[in-house]
Design a protein around this ligand. Structure first.
Ligand SMILES: O=c1ccn([C@@H]2O[C@H](COP(=O)(O)O)[C@@H](O)[C@H]2O)c(=O)[nH]1
Length: 245
């Protein structure tokens, strides 16, 4: 056995999963998180849990040693998003996101707002939601394929000073080739096998496919939170990641 496997925190690629804590309250969340550890995964708080618990739980989980993705998908005028990103930076979060469709000036204002924090959060742009497919884009007036739109918005995000994007793993290979090795590709829409229930997701991949394609981090909610043994699933994915790299 390679000695690196003893500590999966040595390189982030060996714990690529960000677990989406899509729960309704703090006690349910903390009960679930007791099964995990910062050596196994990162955590994500999104709209449901943040609306229920606010900054208190974010700070509690950071104090437990977890890297925290605050997934509130900001989309507003530049000043409002910039100020929100400053508050997130003060809370010590690791990743913050905003919709690329908020435009260049919004993203530049956000990047400038956090630039001088000694430990600033990584800012990432949400491209085309993984729950969307071609028909949804047509209905919204877009003529591009999901992949074309994701590539266009990822370039704009990079040009506006963001550190990466949220996209589906189906776009990861082309984005990795175009955006370089440092650009973060954070990919939800992950299912343990393609025959698994995709729920409301449309553009899905397995952990192995996503990592091979160039994903930096895999966002996984239900496949982990509804698993009998969430830690075992995470260990398995970490071993897969280790074997791949
Ligand atoms: O395009 C996006 C952006 C964010 N998400 C979030 O990721 C998780 C996925 O949960 P699953 O249960 O694994 O489907 C969820 O918190 C979403 O808000 C996304 O799915 N797609």
């Amino acid at each position: 056995m390679n000695p690196l496997m003893i500590d999966s925190s040595i390189h982030p690629i060996f714990k690529p999963v960000i677990v989406a804590l899509d729960f309704a309250d703090e006690s349910e969340t903390l009960h679930f998180v007791r099964q995990l550890s910062p050596d196994l995964c990162q955590l994500k708080i999104g709209k449901e849990l943040f609306t229920a618990t606010g900054r208190n739980l974010v700070e509690k989980l950071i104090n437990q040693g977890f890297k925290l993705f605050l997934d509130l998908k900001y989309h507003d005028i530049p000043n409002t998003v910039a100020q929100a990103c400053k508050v997130a930076a003060e809370m010590g979060v690791w990743l913050v996101d905003m919709h690329v469709s908020g435009g260049r000036r919004m993203m530049e204002a956000a990047a400038n707002a956090v630039a001088n924090y000694s430990q600033r959060p990584n800012l990432i742009g949400v491209t085309v939601l993984t729950s969307m497919e071609q028909a949804d884009l047509i209905e919204l007036g877009f003529s591009q394929t999901p992949e074309e739109l994701v590539i266009c918005w990822a370039k704009l995000a990079q040009d506006s000073g963001l550190d990466g994007v949220v996209c589906s793993a189906q776009e990861a290979a082309s984005l990795r080739a175009k955006m370089g090795q440092e650009f973060l590709l954070v990919t939800p829409g992950i299912r343990l096998n393609v025959a698994e229930n995709a729920d409301d997701q449309r553009r899905i991949m397995t952990p192995q496919q996503a990592l091979k394609a160039g994903s930096s981090y895999l966002v996984m909610g239900r496949p982990i939170t509804q698993a009998k043994d969430p830690a075992a699933v995470l260990r398995q994915i970490n071993h897969t990641a280790y074997d791949l790299f």
